[in-house]
Write a protein that binds this ligand. Structure first.
Ligand code: 5GP
Length: 119
């Protein structure tokens, strides 16, 4: 499926890249929600976390290693950060291409905004 992220991978939409290899791309979010807000995506068009299969697990692991490396390079490894995946409607996932948000560079707000409790 063609998405804004597949167009960024193809290069038809520009992005401020912070990391790229054959499997993974990372770039700054266009609407930053924190002083540092980077999106980490696989080049493989996996729509969401629900679609990750056993064969994708090395890729998912590598995405975490890339997040760790970017956090170090952008100076937020010690101050702290969040690595967030939104999956499906309740999460607000807007782009149907798997991605992690790497957020940091300042005190982050509540983990979850308005929502019912689990009670
Ligand atoms: P989601 O809500 O799907 O978890 O997050 C999608 C993210 O993609 C949002 O934070 C949004 O700001 C970002 N985004 C959407 N379109 C673009 C774009 O064209 N370029 C960049 N760099 N980020 C985008």
């Amino acid at each position: 499926m063609e998405t804004v992220f597949s167009k960024i991978i193809e290069g038809t939409i520009p992005a401020r890249k912070v990391f790229e290899n054959e499997r993974i791309l990372a770039f700054y979010d266009i609407e930053p929600a924190a002083p540092v807000h980077v999106l980490i995506i696989p080049k493989k068009p996996i729509p969401s976390m629900n679609d990750v299969t056993a064969e994708d697990l090395p890729l998912i692991g590598e995405m975490h290693a890339v997040a760790q490396q970017i956090a170090r390079e952008l100076g937020i490894a010690d101050t702290g950060y969040r690595l967030i995946n939104n999956c499906g409607p309740d999460s607000g996932q807007a782009v149907p291409h798997l991605h992690y948000h790497l957020l940091g560079g300042g005190k982050l707000g509540a983990l979850v905004g308005n929502s019912a409790s689990h009670a």
